[in-house]
Design a protein around this ligand. Structure first.
Ligand code: NAG
Ligand code: NAG
Ligand code: NAG
Ligand code: NAG
Ligand code: NAG
Ligand code: NAG
Length: 442
C-alpha cells in the first residue's frame, strides 16, 4: 500500500511539474495595450519564449470575434538574457469610438485569455477619467495592485498614466523581474491603455526594457517622448461627425516628456536639445488647437519641486529639470504637470520660478504640479520632513501605505483630482482645478 501511494504521489508530482513548466514555457503572456496614433487605433503587445506569429482576434461580440489583425514580432536580448525574448506588437485600426471590444492574442496557435477594452469615446459630455501614479515595483507594488485591479475592473476609467519607474527594475534578474512585473500588471494593462513615461529605474541598458516593452504613439523620432489627445479630435478631422458635434466636443492634450535626458550620458549630445525642439513644436501646435483641446497636461518622472528630505534634484535650488523645462511649460500655459519619483504625495499651489501665483486653483496663472509617487516599491517611502516651500499646499507619506491619483477632466473648465490611500481606497486629498481661460501664462 505504502509503496503504491508513493508511486501515485510521484506520478502526480511529475504531472504537476510537467504542467507547471509547460504552463510557464508556452503561450502569450504579459498582454498590455496602449492608445495608437488615432482614437480609432490601439496597440496590443505581449511576450513569448519562442519566435512566432503575432495575431490579435477581436470583435464587439464576445462569442464571435469577427476580426483578425497581425503585427510584428522581434527579439529583445540587450539587458534581457533571462526574460522572455520575443515581443509582439499589433496595431488595431478602424475601431469604433466609445465601443467595447473583446480580444485575445495568439502566437503559433497558442492563445491568451480573453480580454476586454473600450475605445475612446466621441461626442459631447464625455469626462475622461484616468488613474495616475509613479514608482511601482514588483514587490512593493503588490500593496496598491489590489485597489488598482478593482479600479480597472470598475469600467470607470479610460486609461492609466504611469509616470516612470517600473518593477525595480525591468532589467533586474536578467529581465525575469520585468516579466513578473508585467504579469502582475496584466489585469490592469490588458483592459486600460497603459500610457507611460520613463524614469531613472528604466535607464539600464540604454532604456532597452522601456523601449521594447512599451509602445507609445510617438510621432517624434524618439520613443522617449510623445504626446496624445484624449478625445476625438483626430477622428473628427478625418471622419464624419457633423460640425455641430465637433463644436461641443471636449478633448485634452497630454504630453509625456523625459526628465532623464538631464541625467544619463546615453542622452548626451542629443537628448536635451532634441526633446526641447520637439516639445516646443508640439506645444505650439497644441496652442493653435486650444479651443478644441483646452486642457494641456504634461507628465514626466522627476518633479521640479518637492519638500522631501533627500538630495534629489527637486530639493535643490538649482533643479536641472526645473531649469530645463519650467519656463517653456509656463509660456505654453500647461495646466497640470504630473510627476512622481519621490515616494510620497505632494500637491503644489500654482507656481512659476519659485513664486506662488495664488493659494487656490481658480483660474491659475501658472502650472499646477501634482507629485504622486506612492504606488509602492521595494525602496519604501520617502519621508517628507524637509523644509516646505510656500508652494507646498499638501504633503503626506505613510510608513507602510501606498496610493495613486484619480484625474477627471469633467469639462472645458473643470478638472477633478483625488489622491487615494490604498488598501481601504480612502481619499486623502482632493481638489478642483478651474480654468476659464486656457492659454499661455506669460
Ligand atoms: C505553443 O504551445 C506548444 C505546446 O502546446 C509549445 O510546444 C510551443 O512551444 C508553443 N509555441 C510558442 C511560440 O510558445
Ligand atoms: C503619426 O505617425 C503615424 C505612423 O506613421 C501616422 O499614422 C499618424 O497619422 C501620425 N500622426 C500625426 C498626428 O502626424
Ligand atoms: C548605449 O548607449 C551608448 C551611449 O549612447 C552607446 O555608446 C552604446 O553603443 C549603446 N549600447 C547599445 C548596445 O546600444
Ligand atoms: C526667476 O526669478 C529670478 C529672481 O528671483 C529672476 O532673476 C529670473 O530672471 C526669473 N526667471 C524667469 C525665467 O522669469
Ligand atoms: C463643468 O463642470 C462643473 C463641475 O461639475 C460644473 O460646475 C460646471 O457648471 C460645468 N461647466 C459647464 C460649462 O458645463
Ligand atoms: C485609510 O487609511 C488611511 C491611511 O492609513 C487612514 O488614515 C484612514 O483612517 C483609513 N480609513 C479607513 C476608513 O479605514
Amino acid at each position: 500500500m505504502e509503496g503504491n501511494q508513493m508511486l501515485l504521489a510521484c506520478i502526480v508530482c511529475v504531472i504537476y511539474a510537467f504542467l507547471a513548466t509547460s504552463a510557464s514555457a508556452v503561450g502569450p503572456e504579459q498582454v498590455h495595450i496602449s492608445f495608437g496614433y488615432q482614437p480609432s487605433q490601439m496597440f496590443v503587445m505581449w511576450s513569448t519564449a519562442q519566435f512566432g506569429d503575432s495575431t490579435v482576434a477581436y470583435g464587439t461580440d464576445q462569442f464571435h470575434l469577427s476580426s483578425k489583425k497581425s503585427g510584428t514580432c522581434w527579439r529583445f536580448t540587450y539587458g534581457n538574457p533571462n526574460g522572455l525574448q520575443y515581443i509582439h506588437r499589433v496595431l488595431l485600426e478602424d475601431l469604433k469610438p466609445g465601443t467595447g471590444y473583446w480580444y485575445y492574442v495568439q502566437t503559433s496557435g497558442n492563445s491568451s485569455d480573453l480580454f476586454h477594452f473600450t475605445t475612446m469615446q466621441s461626442g459631447a459630455g464625455w469626462s475622461p477619467k484616468v488613474l495616475v501614479y509613479g514608482d511601482m515595483g514588483k514587490e512593493g507594488g503588490s500593496q496598491s495592485l489590489p485597489s488598482l485591479y478593482k479600479e480597472a475592473a470598475s469600467g470607470e476609467y479610460a486609461a492609466v498614466v504611469h509616470v516612470g519607474d517600473f518593477a525595480y527594475d525591468l532589467d533586474s534578474d536578467g529581465g525575469e523581474n520585468g516579466d513578473e512585473f508585467m504579469r502582475r500588471l496584466e489585469p490592469i494593462a490588458s483592459t486600460l491603455p497603459y500610457m507611460t513615461a520613463e524614469g531613472n529605474h528604466e535607464s539600464g541598458y540604454n532604456f532597452s526594457h522601456y523601449i521594447n516593452r512599451f509602445s507609445m504613439p510617438s510621432n517624434s523620432s524618439s520613443p522617449h517622448w510623445y504626446s496624445w489627445d484624449m478625445g476625438p479630435a483626430h477622428f473628427i478631422r478625418c471622419n464624419t461627425l457633423s460640425p455641430h458635434t465637433q463644436e461641443s466636443l471636449l478633448s485634452l492634450y497630454l504630453s509625456s516628456y523625459s526628465t532623464e535626458v538631464y541625467f544619463y550620458s546615453y542622452f548626451s549630445g542629443w537628448g536635451i536639445s532634441q526633446q526641447l525642439k520637439w516639445l516646443q513644436e508640439d506645444l505650439a501646435k497644441a496652442q493653435t488647437n486650444r479651443a478644441e483641446r483646452p486642457w494641456i497636461i504634461a507628465y514626466g518622472h522627476r518633479p521640479m519641486y518637492c519638500s522631501n528630505l533627500n538630495r534629489d534634484d527637486c530639493t535643490t535650488p538649482k533643479s536641472v529639470v526645473r531649469a530645463g523645462l519650467e519656463e517653456m511649460f509656463y509660456k505654453a500655459g500647461v495646466d497640470i504637470i504630473l510627476e512622481a519619483h519621490e515616494h510620497s504625495y505632494e500637491r503644489l499651489w500654482p507656481v512659476f520660478n519659485e513664486t506662488v501665483t495664488a493659494n487656490n486653483y481658480i483660474d491659475p496663472k501658472a502650472p499646477v504640479h501634482l507629485v504622486s509617487g506612492t504606488a509602492g516599491c521595494r525602496e519604501g517611502v520617502d519621508p517628507m520632513l524637509g523644509p516646505k516651500g510656500p508652494w507646498s499646499a499638501f504633503r503626506s507619506w505613510y510608513p507602510s501605505r501606498h496610493g495613486y491619483g484619480r484625474l477627471e477632466v469633467v469639462n472645458s473648465t473643470h478638472v477633478y483630482w483625488g489622491q487615494v490611500v490604498d488598501g481601504n481606497m480612502t481619499l486623502e486629498d482632493e481638489i478642483w482645478i478651474v480654468q476659464h481661460s486656457h492659454g499661455p501664462f506669460n
